[in-house]
Design a protein around this ligand. Structure first.
Ligand SMILES: Nc1ncnc2c1ncn2[C@@H]1O[C@H](COP(=O)(O)OP(=O)(O)OP(=O)(O)O)[C@@H](O)[C@H]1O
Ligand SMILES: [Mg+2]
Length: 261
């Protein structure tokens, strides 16, 4: 990723200190009645990168979707910037919270440029501003706008599509970013490269990030804190150093499954 302009904040606000996202005894059932999350408590501070780590089906994606109200909890409260999501105007909430969807989730019938600019168009930015910003975001994730901008998602590799997903989520410069396995479909070399770029970008932009992964090494590398999920329950949250030495059986089991770390 190359340089990102420092005037990229459009509302001049940054994430406030204190809890930017908070779960208070949150439970969620799927429409078929299955319990997906139980009594989840979690507080995420401004500027943190909280990694949700857990095996498939443990409730990671569901937790992300409760933050931008793609789903709504059955019990408890989710607060964003101190206000329950149920009290947010949905459009305002989605403007504050960028979302990198698992499997990229691009619109198949839109070009890459149009996909990246989707929120900017909703915000009724001028055409030239949208073009400029879209190109800048594509360059940020190492995709040449001249080469990729006019293509459609099916004309890109899985890893390239994921990068477009990241560019799209960053385009409107939201203070909070939800990233669902953003580097999942990449080969180890590209994955490593993008992780390093992510770290540089994160230090520079100071966003509050909730990132989902099932890869323990990615969690230890990218997280300022790691929340371990199991069967819809948050087992605990740890700094990477605490995680490595924790004697919690669930943590040990995860570390051992990865052959130590
Ligand atoms: N609409 C639904 N109807 C029934 N069950 C659901 C629904 N949505 C999610 N679930 C169930 O909830 C559980 C948690 O799903 P979720 O997508 O949050 O898992 P995840 O941790 O993101 O998994 P993965 O790593 O595979 O993406 C799973 O058992 C899933 O089958
Ligand atoms: Mg998921």
């Amino acid at each position: 990723m190359q340089s990102m302009t420092d005037n990229s904040s459009h509302d001049g606000e940054s994430s406030p200190a204190g809890n930017v996202v908070e779960f208070r005894r949150v439970s969620y059932r799927a429409p078929n009645g299955q319990k997906v999350l139980q009594d989840m408590d979690l507080a995420i501070q401004g500027g943190e990168t909280l990694v949700l780590l857990g095996r498939s089906g443990s409730g990671k994606t569901t937790s992300l979707k409760l933050i931008n109200r793609l789903l709504q909890q059955d019990a408890g409260e989710v607060l964003v910037e101190g206000k329950p999501t149920t009290q947010w105007d949905l459009i305002q909430l989605r403007r504050r919270v960028g979302y990198v969807i698992q499997e990229a989730g691009l619109f198949p019938h839109h070009t890459i440029s149009k996909n990246v600019g989707v929120v900017l168009r909703l915000e009724k930015r001028s055409r030239s501003e949208i073009r400029e910003r879209t190109d800048e975001m594509l360059r940020l994730v190492d995709l040449d706008p001249a080469q990729f901008g006019k293509r459609y998602p099916y004309q890109l590799s899985g890893g390239q599509r994921q990068r477009v997903g990241v560019a799209r989520a960053l385009a409107s410069d939201p203070p909070i970013l939800l990233m669902d396995e953003p580097f999942g479909a990449l080969d180890p070399l590209s994955r490593n490269e993008l992780q390093q770029q992510f770290l540089r970008l994160r230090d520079r932009l100071q966003k509050t990030i909730v990132l989902v992964t099932h890869d323990i090494r990615e969690a230890l590398l990218l997280g300022s804190r790691i929340g371990l999920m199991e069967s819809g329950t948050l087992i605990g949250s740890y700094t990477p150093e605490q995680f490595k030495v924790s004697d919690d059986p669930a943590v040990r089991a995860y570390i051992e499954a990865f052959g130590g770390c």
